[in-house]
Design a protein around this ligand. Structure first.
Ligand code: SF4
Ligand code: SF4
Length: 335
């Protein structure tokens, strides 16, 4: 509003503008002698405006003495990881069980954290998991069969709708062969749980009378192997991935698409209706750490100063997937 800007500039000698990300408002205010913000360097050009940074900016602006703060105690280092109970963790675990050595092109979303489970090798831009998988296939296709690595690409449901479809059509037409895992958690989790076109909800949250099926879109792209399974059913999911690998390597094979379907646990409605299992670790546990090293659920923790694994019930979601992960059947679940 031009009148408001004119009023501010006429009324105040100096104006401090605090804006996250880009200096959009600051640019509208124009008067570079009165305006203090990112453009004149008073506010750092990049980075988040954390409370202590804002405090320093304000004290400098007001000519007050700088606040001396105690140096905060360093938190122990922790790798970024998928949430407890995240269905993507189960998908990645199954992927690594079936494809022990291979190339794993990944994509952009919270599932990029499959990096830590050694199930994501590349991240370039949205949709690139599929185009890179096709590129890797064409680089290796003239090798002898046992020298063509397994190629398993992962992409989220929203990213697939956003930019995966053109890459998939191209990969089909160019005769590429790989397994594509579409991680369908029925939401756009990383940016705040916006609905996907498959959910039948509009961006506003209203119910739409139209839903777009991922399976049908994949079939329409020309893919002949399209299957869906819940990765929480780890045993069935692993079998399905084995089937997908056989299809890719068969003489008449092509691209195998496996849709890993399970809702995101950040969806409050789903969390309320999901079956929560009471999981516990029994005396059969030999503290081998296999579950921690290979599954990385943050709720599976080592007891400090004891060679023992336990469950952190403050964050355990009761998903029960770890029951199928422990090779000694030491984790049990009750409803
Ligand atoms: S729960 Fe199972 S996998 Fe985990 S440490 Fe114990 S025996 Fe090993
Ligand atoms: S049930 Fe097991 S896998 Fe699921 S959140 Fe709890 S500890 Fe993690």
């Amino acid at each position: 509003n031009k009148d408001f800007i004119d009023f501010l500039l006429a009324r105040y000698k100096r104006i401090l503008v605090l804006e996250e990300t880009y200096p959009v408002i600051e640019q509208q205010l124009r008067d570079k002698f009165k305006i203090f913000g990112r453009l004149n360097g008073h506010v750092p050009e990049e980075g988040e405006l954390l409370p202590e940074i804002v405090e320093d900016i304000m004290t400098t602006f007001l000519g007050l003495p700088q606040v001396k703060r105690p140096v905060p105690e360093q938190a122990p280092p922790r790798r970024p990881t998928l949430c407890p109970g995240c269905p993507h963790r189960a998908s990645f675990y199954a992927l690594r069980k079936v494809f022990r050595r291979g190339i794993y092109p990944g994509d952009i979303g919270c599932y990029t954290l499959g990096l830590n489970l050694e199930a994501v090798d590349t991240v370039l831009c949205m949709g690139a998991a599929i185009s890179q998988a096709a590129g890797f296939y064409h680089s290796f296709k003239n090798n002898s069969e046992d020298e063509v690595p397994d190629i398993v690409a992962t992409i989220g449901d929203s990213t697939f709708f956003h930019s995966g479809i053109p890459a998939l059509i191209n990969a089909v037409v160019e005769g590429a062969r790989f397994v594509l895992l579409i991680l369908d958690n029925s939401t756009t989790a990383m940016t705040g749980n916006q609905p996907t076109p498959a959910t039948g909800k509009r961006a506003s949250g209203e119910i739409s009378d139209k839903k777009v099926s991922i399976n049908k879109v994949v079939e329409a792209c020309g893919v002949e192997f399209v299957r869906e399974e819940d990765p929480y059913n780890l045993k069935n999911f692993i079998e399905l991935l084995k089937e997908a690998r056989e299809y890719v390597r068969a003489p008449s094979g092509g691209i195998a698409v496996v849709i890993a379907k399970h809702p995101c646990l950040m969806d409050r409605d789903y969390r309320q209706r999901m079956t929560k299992l009471q999981v516990r670790i029994t005396d059969k546990c030999k503290s081998c750490h296999y579950c921690i090293d290979n599954f990385e659920c943050p709720a599976l923790v080592e007891v400090p100063d004891e060679d023992r694994v336990t469950i952190d019930y403050s964050i355990c979601t009761g998903c029960g997937v770890c029951v199928s992960v422990c090779p000694r059947k030491a984790i049990v679940a009750e409803t």
